[in-house]
Design a protein around this ligand. Structure first.
Ligand code: ZN
Ligand code: ZN
Length: 668
């Protein structure tokens, strides 16, 4: 019997493409981009057909037959496969490991019940596809100019929408969407936000503005059923606007005409495990591939993007004013805690400002990027401290939950009643997390409605949204939170932001720490005074003369970014250098280092710089020691060329040390 041959990508490590036979006489002709059920290692798994061929390099009798093609699902477009191929190649991972996990889980199971059900449900949906926008507000001239520039851009046009916090970037995106959809009613637009908690607010805005259009959301908070339905709506071209977090960059969008990346500087766009991709960078590649415009929005652009805009590779669109009339940027004051000593974590200036807001019925936000009650507990008598037994880290005191928790390996213990080494019963919390600040506030302002928002207070599904809703409804006087509250939210009654203890990041070894701290402070400061009322930001610091705080005080991103870029240029760091980081993990540090040393020496080259292996700053996590080795080159192609060869050799070593490679790492 005559056969044709399918090359199928499977989600397996190492070699991820395999040939299968398909009977030609079956009457069904498989297509590239279709999903197919195949036997693999005594199981049946779903793979992606990446080629259909007349011959195979493998002898016919060694091949197995494919079982069934998912013909009810339209094939994934060739350009989508090209995107997956690019990501696989660039990040040095097998194709199947990129392409298949990007699909909803229910598509990858042997049974098709869920798929058939979702397809039926989608077929019944009769959203009219009317792109007419409703209730468009009048934009200020700068917003209008930016919206027109985006809406009328043709071909691959990367744009930076650089707008101060509260400058109304969202309205610019929405108007640009309206223009694109007005021209081409079948157009699809992809809008990415850095964090899942920001989707409901924007989803509401988009739905109100485009009541006749189908909107799909894609993020990790959806149930499998929802995810399948939304993914299919995008894949079939029915959803005109697709809103999502970083994983949405791998959505299938046959008619994609515009990509919007909001808060493009945000580190959440970088996936930190498995395929360590940057959704922002893939988005730029995708826009280039499709020849469409892409807009990257931020008040504090990443230095990479800022550098591109400065060298005119990206077009810069600017919003220098806040959108709401008379709303001005908050006044930033630096509170020197050497002079104004803190009580319960708060300086007298912050306490007085909180009192004033309470009297006026306005909202305040206290930002502290440290969750838990106290970062460590200690015994004064013998010097014992609550170290994690499995990590180079402290066990954090969580008082409401009566637990000590390690934030790195999630080890949990009851709070000891007495010191484990000397028996002293008087164990003291050291330092201050959000829980302790909340406790102090409650004692200081018993009449105030205080709400804490952090990863602990929002563990239950829906609880983060409920908390943010309460703030929006004005049911909260003082909000205490971590970085979760710093991003993107538009709190109308908020007129005071207190930033507690930001200093630790000033002395980090990571060269990106100051860029990140600056962005974080500007973002959290930007939550204040968005609706027009005069507002202030108080920064409690022991280093009030540090230039970073001076730049925050002047809202001077331009100059700060300029000086950081100059530093990076002189030091030979990104964006003037391209990097990859090889990490190794082993029960003993020596083994990890030995592996990295072998890796360092296995492929002699002049084209890239290979540094010596070093233990990671937090060396031990979950009883595993970790070390890393940095590879650098001023040429991206040279680095890519080296990595391709290098990874082959590393795989062939078959070392028992676990290793991973990260291209363009953001945490070093
Ligand atoms: Zn003790
Ligand atoms: Zn731990």
């Amino acid at each position: 019997m005559a056969h044709c041959f399918l090359q199928v990508a499977l989600d397996t490590p190492l070699n991820s493409c395999f040939d299968y036979r398909w009977p030609c006489a079956s009457g069904e002709e498989p297509l590239v981009g279709q999903l197919v059920l195949v036997p693999f290692a005594r199981r049946e798994v779903v793979g992606l057909i990446v080629a259909v061929k007349d011959t195979s390099d493998v002898p016919v009798d060694k091949l197995k037959d494919a079982i069934a093609v998912r013909s009810q699902l339209a094939p994934l477009p060739e350009r989508w496969i090209a995107l997956a191929r690019f990501a696989a190649d660039y990040y040095q991972r097998p194709l199947g490991e990129v392409a298949l996990p990007g699909l909803p889980k229910n598509l990858r199971v042997p049974k098709t019940v869920a798929l058939d059900r979702a397809l039926k449900k989608l077929a019944k949906n009769d959203t009219p596809h009317d792109p007419t926008p409703s209730g468009m507000p009048v934009l200020n001239p700068a917003q209008q100019e930016a919206a027109n520039a985006i809406g009328s851009a043709a071909g691959f046009t990367p744009m930076l929408l650089y707008g101060v916090t509260g400058s109304g970037k969202t309205e610019v995106y929405l108007q640009a969407c309206a223009q694109v959809l007005g021209r081409d009613p079948d157009a699809q637009i992809l809008v990415l936000v850095p964090e899942i908690n920001l989707t409901p607010q924007l989803e509401g805005n988009i739905q109100a503005r485009f009541p006749g259009l189908m909107l799909a959301t894609l993020h990790s908070g959806l149930s499998e059923g929802e995810r399948m339905l939304h993914w299919l709506a995008a894949h079939e071209g029915k959803a005109r606007i697709v809103l999502g977090t970083r994983l949405a960059i791998l959505a299938s969008l046959p008619n994609l005409k515009l990509i919007v990346i909001d808060e493009e500087h945000d580190p959440s766009y970088k996936q930190q495990e498995g395929l360590r991709y940057s959704a922002r960078d893939l988005a730029v590649w995708r826009a280039h591939q499709l020849g469409i415009p892409i807009v990257l929005g931020s008040a504090t652009p990443s230095l990479e993007t800022w550098h591109h805009a400065g060298s005119h590779r990206y077009r810069k669109l600017e919003l220098r004013e806040r959108a709401v009339r008379d709303a001005v940027l908050p006044t930033v004051k630096l509170i020197d805690t050497e002079r104004d000593r803190v009580k319960d974590g708060l300086s007298s200036a912050v306490i007085a400002a909180l009192r004033q807001r309470l009297d006026r019925g306005e909202q305040s936000l206290l930002f502290l990027n440290r969750r838990g009650y106290a970062p460590v507990i200690s015994c004064d008598a013998c010097g014992w401290i609550s170290n994690c037994t499995r990590c180079t880290a402290f066990m954090v005191l969580h008082k409401p939950e009566h637990r000590l928790r390690c934030h790195h390996c999630s080890l949990e213990l009851r709070i000891p009643r007495h010191c484990p080494t000397c028996g002293n019963v008087d164990l003291q919390p050291l330092g201050r997390g959000t829980q302790r600040v909340e406790e102090g506030l409650a004692a200081m302002f018993p009449e105030a409605r205080i709400l804490r928002i952090d990863a602990d207070s929002t563990r239950l599904k829906g609880s983060a949204q409920a908390a943010f809703d309460a703030v929006h409804r004005g049911e909260v006087d003082i909000l205490v939170g971590t970085q979760m509250v710093a991003k993107g939210h538009d709190f109308k009654k908020l007129t005071l932001v207190g930033i507690l203890n930001p200093d630790t990041a000033l002395f980090s070894q990571d060269y990106r720490a100051s860029e990140r701290l600056f962005a974080q402070l500007m973002q959290v400061a930007g939550r204040a005074g968005r609706a027009g009322a005069a507002s202030e930001v108080l920064v409690q610091t022991r280093y009030a003369s540090h230039p970073l705080y001076g730049a925050v005080q002047r809202h001077d991103y331009d100059r700060f970014a300029g000086s950081l870029l100059e530093e990076r240029r002189q030091a030979g760091l990104p964006p003037f250098m391209y990097q990859a980081l090889l990490r190794a993990e082993a029960p003993e540090l020596a083994n990890a280092i030995a592996f990295l040393e072998a890796a360092r020496d296995c492929l002699p080259t002049e084209a890239v710089m290979i540094n010596d292996p070093i233990p990671m700053t937090m060396t031990r996590v979950h009883n595993t020691d970790r070390a890393q080795l940095l590879v650098e080159s001023p040429s991206r192609p040279a680095l890519q060329h080296f990595l391709r060869e290098w990874v082959e050799i590393l795989r062939a070593m078959k070392s028992r040390v676990r290793w991973s490679l990260e291209v363009d790492p953001i945490d070093i």
